[in-house]
Design a protein around this ligand. Sequence first.
Ligand code: ADP
Ligand code: MG
Length: 697
Amino acid sequence: MDKKKLLPKLSIQSVTELKGVGPAVADKLAHLGIDSVQDLLFHLPLRYEDRTRRTALGSLRSGQEALVAGQIQASGVRPGRRRSLATVIGDGTGSVTMRQFHFKRAQQENLIRGQWVQCFGQVRIGSAGFELVHPEYQLLPSADGVNVAPTLTPVYPTTQGLGQKTWRHLTRQALEHCLDDVVELLPADLTGLEGLPGLQAALMLVHRPDPDVDAAALAAGTHPAQVRLVFEELLAHQLAVVQRRMEREQSRAPVIDAPQNLWPRLEALLGFSLTHAQSRVVEEVLSTLAKPRSSLRLIQGDVGCGKTVIAAAAALAAVEAGYQAVIMAPTELLAEQHLNNFERWLRHVDVPLAWLTGRLTAAERRVACHRLATGEAMVGVGTHALFQNDVTYHDLGLVIIDEQHRFGVHQRLALRDKRRVDGEVPHQLVMTATPIPRSLTMALYADMDISLIDEMPPGRQTIETVVVPNLRRAEVQARVHKACVAGRRVYWVCALIEESDVLAAEAATDRARMLREALPALRVGLVHGRSPVSEKETVMRKFRNGEIDLLVATTVIEVGVDVPEASLIVIENAERMGLAQLHQLRGRVGRSAERAACVLMYQPPLSRMAHERLSTLRKTTDGFSIAEKDLALRGPGELFGTRQSGLPQYRLANIGRHQLLLPAVQQAAADVQARFPDQVAPMMRRWLPCASALSGV
Ligand code: ADP
Ligand code: MG
């Protein structure tokens, strides 16, 4: 019987129509956003295994994944540190040992001398030559019964409890029954699609590549079939971003007219004049605030370029127009620093401020909330406590978010929703020190207006950067000692690969103890993610005031900390960190006219990649070229740090790898929007996880 006739439009039917999908599996699939049979076709493999040909045992290479077959020569339990079942298999050209650390008696009984067997697994070098540890294996009736796969075997991204066999079984059914129903949403003449296969052919190839496929291209994500799908995926995301912008601009926002009084008064009192870039960006910001449309502007500028004062200009404009402004920072430390600046600045112009973080006592919090709700305080400074449910504002006109990539979209929206007067929303200003390459900016932030501060305040010295192996720790300590004795302040950063606060805190604590012993003349302070807040504040204050010479820290100081007197930073385990992160950390020094230096310590031997990272950093101090390099070397996740939450989740696309497609994607998005507006919604539905379908940003 023809299954297609039996189940018409299988593509839009629930996955529960497929064999092997009961409520439990359906539930797991639903968590991955897979509801219909067609959704399965857009769940794409991460990589492939090649079981299409048998590899002779004599030609195995270490690290390779291989399908091998042979006759068992010997099998037995080996005692040792870890007991294992070792089975030696030979095929006349060589031999390999299959090793199982967990095995059942029945298995042991089947693996007997003379039995034919095939295995698939990764080859590694063991104590007695090549080994396959826990390979998939199958007993064979004879020498010529070897089962080779007709296509490369896809490996799918998965979740606990869904094995690769299940995925293969499900995608096979989906390919059989609904590939023909998958609708081509893109016009064939779309620029960018030239020479690429059609959608159905691309899906077929990506799910089940032929044995003679260009495996290198497939592994690199550059096979035309993959490019076809990546193009469509990027296009769907681009359409979503454009749509978000259109939706946002439909909301009204309060008109904040160009200020005559407060900001000019503060500017005169700053003690420095703005750089050209700062003045230009202030203009850009004020001009968007003066419009009645809901705005979202990103201020991008390398560490130390002076973004905070722009935030002050914007906040004062709002206050002068009669609206409140809030400034939110991602960490307690950074929020405090803003508090210091804003308290000082706002006092000059008599604007009352409220301080709100999660660390206030109940009574303090009540007072702060009351002052924000009544409008007694016109500016709020703090952390995400500012947007909690019970915090209300008298009349919020402007939301400023520092280091915005540390926050999720939801948090930004929660703050925006604090004003709903006649359907109006506050303006939003977000700031980031992560230099984002242009190609990425266009893809990720097309829904924002962008201001770039591409100039440093005058008199900044370039930071001398040296790369030193751990062996020379004594020399580094001597340098630290000398700097502190000369009255400078020094950071010493300990970092681990793992994002474990506990381990990082331990490492920093140990290091502080060691440095206190080695350098008894210095006053050594310690901060890490697990220090009690009051202690963190005290230590930071002392470091700022010069009561501490040497501050040992984890990467908690990575973002935003501004102590201009610090002129030397030592970073341990630099080889484990990404370029962008190192650049951020290095930006903690060189914030005054004094000569500054950064010492990057590493544990040899350096991998080629780590070597390249460290030498890039030594050679350049320009955040943008560092970002371009980092994007190319490690991809966008690394650029923003792993905790970053605002990056889109792509199924197949990799912005670093596929950035060359972005200009064509943008053009195609405009084209589709203009000529085929009806295709936009289905495209987005097809590719975007529910979270990105989030509207009204
Ligand atoms: P970031 O952009 O990294 O947030 P900040 O706003 O913290 O930078 O500014 C870094 C330092 O530079 C601060 O001490 C600030 O007062 C100072 N600064 C900002 N603008 C200027 C300027 N135009 N001239 C001199 N110093 C400035
Ligand atoms: Mg800052």
